[in-house]
Design a protein around this ligand. Structure first.
Ligand SMILES: [Zn+2]
Ligand SMILES: [Zn+2]
Length: 103
């Protein structure tokens, strides 16, 4: 796992550029991506795989789980390249592991 030298954000594999790109500020890493990204999968699947691997490092914050109403969830953000540069916030309940996203 590598982190952005500019903002400290988590570097995510970019399937199109074939290198690591910061999920926070969008800066691409100088170091060569040491990750295997399947070209066939769409962007959403790539992101979800990354999220699965890195869940342990995400901070817990106060958030209401829509499923079990637990008050704490792990939290992370991703920049979506699809439409605009808006940031997508993801949560995972620490109690029931339910995941949801907030726009
Ligand atoms: Zn960054
Ligand atoms: Zn829950």
């Amino acid at each position: 796992m590598e982190f952005c030298e500019r903002c400290g954000g988590l570097l995510l594999p970019d399937a199109k550029k074939k290198k690591l790109v910061c999920g926070g500020c969008g800066k691409s890493s100088k170091s060569k991506a040491n990750v295997v990204v399947k070209e066939e999968v769409n962007d959403t699947n790539v992101k979800l795989e990354v999220i699965d691997k890195d869940l342990d490092v995400n901070p817990e914050i106060e958030a209401d789980c829509p499923k079990c109403e637990h008050k704490k969830a792990k939290f992370w953000t991703l920049q979506t390249r699809a439409s605009d540069e808006s940031e997508t916030r993801f949560f995972q309940c620490v109690k029931c592991s339910h995941r949801w996203r907030e726009y």
